[in-house]
Design a protein around this ligand. Sequence first.
Ligand code: FNR
Ligand code: LAC
Length: 384
Amino acid sequence: MPHQTLPPVQAPKIPNPNPNPVLDLSAIASVGDYEAPAKQLLDPSIWAYLDGAAADGITHERNLQEMERLALWPRAMRNASGGDMSTTLLGQTFPHPIFIAPTAYHQLAHPDGELATVTAATALQSCMVVSTLSSLSMESIAAAAQTPLWFQLYIQRRRDVTLDLVRRAEQSGYQAIVVTVDAPVEGMRNAQQRHGFRIPPHVRAENLAPYPSEPQAVLGISDSFFESSLVRNAPTWDDFAWLANQTKLPFIAKGILHPLDVQSALDAGAQGIIVSNHGGRVLDATPATIEALPYIAEAVGGRVPILMDGGIRRGTDVLKALALGAQAVMVGRPIFHGLAVAGSTGVAHILHLLRTELAMAMVLCGIRSLSQVTPALLSPVKRR
Ligand code: FNR
Ligand code: LAC
């Protein structure tokens, strides 16, 4: 029998919203294709913040490289019709496992900021995790959302302020609190320093605007970092546990990389774990998240759901993370690339591409449902 010719799968072309003649957006076919035009459009110091990583960027690169080294091991002739990509977490079913990671200040990339992002998330039915440091208020983002929202919490120095943030999230309909546990201090942001990055005056952390600003620690040459207020006031699992007791919303710990931290998180009341190294933006020289994931999955032992972020750029990456024990993934930097190039349309297109690629990879691996995804989907042979 002759080969049947498959129709080419066409990504919908997006209209060029940029009058900038230097940019040819007609060539955008993948998530990665958004990066170069985004860089071209943004001020170099803004790019250094949005796309940058800590120190030498080794962890960030490793997230991408280790993902590439893994190989899917497809199975043939297994019909996948009737398949679906839904995933159930914390009692809630999501139509697909591709979530938007919490990231600060979307207005740095596009004037519509988080409103553009949440519109895209709604269109593609993605769960969006809204950052404590969003450039629009969590209330205004929620008012525009018709998709599940989670609120990412940076525990503040003052407990009353932290609690007020949680109450506001409850009142505006957020369905979970994601507490970021891997960034008590900022990390060596050398790219930002080299470019003299400052948050421009028209952008601010709108959620924190009602509260007195926290004093900035300035470290003199002979001051001990360990004794600085930053380190002295850094949150601990006790704060997490105290907070988790104040609300009915599920608490999820974001930024777990070591399997020995899993029990501490669960003891403190975490009902979900996000394997993350903050996209390599805090501590450089760590394992990639895809390397840490199987160890954490083993430590969790199915007790709570696991999500992973860092280096998700393809539908096949989603499948790899799911094969190693995640139930969903989150995407960070590409959201900014989409925002910078085409606002809401760009973000929607990025989510659409990832979702389509995941569906295609499932069909090609003969998988009908994400519950059929197991470690057997990965080949033991890795790229060197
Ligand atoms: C982040 N990230 C982040 N995480 C968080 O918990 N709260 C935050 O406010 C931010 N802000 C933020 C800003 C920017 C510009 C970036 C790039 C990232 C980390 C984010 O949630 C996620 O862990 C990584 O971005 C995932 O890696 P990829 O997808 O960027 O490779
Ligand atoms: C960052 C902080 C805001 O990664 O989490 O820039």
